[in-house]
Design a binder for this molecule. Structure first.
Ligand code: ZN
Length: 328
């Protein structure tokens, strides 16, 4: 590279999550040069939460050995409802924050431009810039967890609604009049293939005596049946658990076949704890269910990849997103 050291730029990316705040400093080549993680502690309230967020961000700069004068921009990926025109976090129910002018606040604190994105949008943008979607022009990201988030990077930009985020694939109805979903509607993809649906079905299998490994090592409490426990149960021969995962992958794949017909992305990135704990199982069964749903003209146009950035995706994506705004 011909860049002189003095031309190096630094970008701060923040992942504001329900349980943790992660702040990471990247250089212009996406090398991670400093980071800090702290629990969100939603129970302390909004004001204390904002102070924790700012402290975490400053600590990441310290860890990187730079001051805010060296910084070119700060990006943040947030949960909840965001007004993307004003950079206001309108409502994040899971952490109890309301009407936080987060863009303005970060710009004042660090004296540099800030950009606000939805957390799934930022995660998908991270995978597009430096992960499983690198080099593609259009990438769809899906992150099955407790909820199922979706996002589209379309020719280098995060695809959004006129004011709000979009691509809420978790709330595609896949079962007419099906199980109750957290959104108040019925039969959404999330109610069939989300972690809660999987953990509930796995719990029933334990109670029925069909999952000996899970029964012996984890028990029947759905709150304890997390991604790692499910992956271990499958590895250790609990066939009924494996089938529950395959059924969830099948529902995901069928919905994603429709996404290919609608948007024709080059790469479909599947991320989140479940897929990252069982990458081979997710890749195979999502693909098997997706292919028959894709119309002939688009067959072979879209590849499935498992996310590569893990917990870094949202912070890296947020840093990359503000950098894109400022270096156009
Ligand atoms: Zn729903």
């Amino acid at each position: 590279m011909s860049n002189k050291a003095s031309e190096q730029t630094y970008w701060l990316g923040i992942d504001l999550g329900g349980t943790k705040i992660l702040a990471e400093v990247y250089d212009q080549d996406f090398n991670l040069i400093g980071s800090t993680k702290r629990k969100t502690k939603a129970e302390l309230g909004q004001e204390a939460g904002i102070a924790r967020l700012l402290k975490t961000a400053h600590d990441a700069l310290d860890d990187a050995g730079i001051s805010k004068d060296n910084l070119s921009g700060v990006g943040i990926g947030c949960p909840g409802v965001l007004n993307l025109q004003t950079g206001v976090l309108v409502k994040a129910g899971n952490i109890g924050w309301y009407d936080v002018a987060i863009k303005k606040m970060l710009e004042k604190e660090f004296g540099v431009p800030a950009a606000v994105a939805n957390d799934v949008d930022a995660g998908t943008f991270g995978e597009y810039m430096n992960g499983a979607g690198k080099g593609a022009s259009t990438v769809f990201g899906i992150f099955p967890g407790t909820g199922i988030g979706g996002a589209l990077v379309y020719q280098g930009d995060i695809f959004r609604g006129s004011k709000w985020t979009c691509m809420e694939i978790g709330h595609f109805q896949v079962v007419p009049n099906g199980a109750q979903c957290g959104c108040g509607r019925k039969g959404c993809l999330e109610s069939v293939a989300g972690r809660l649906a999987i953990a509930t079905a796995a719990s029933a299998a334990v109670i029925r005596g069909q999952a000996p490994w899970l029964s012996e090592n984890v028990g029947s409490d759905p709150a304890r049946i997390k991604s790692g426990a499910l992956a271990s149960a499958v590895e250790n021969g609990d066939k009924v658990i494996e089938q529950i995962i395959i059924d969830a992958c099948t529902a995901l794949g069928q919905a994603l076949g429709g996404v290919v017909n609608l948007l024709a992305p080059e790469i479909m990135v599947i991320g989140g704890g479940l897929a990252e704990a069982m990458p081979a199982l997710y890749k195979k069964h999502v693909e098997d269910a997706m292919q028959p749903k894709i119309m002939d003209a688009l067959q072979g146009s879209c590849k499935i990849e498992i996310a590569k950035l893990g917990d870094h995706a949202t912070a890296l994506g947020a840093a990359a997103w503000v950098r894109k705004q400022e270096t156009k």
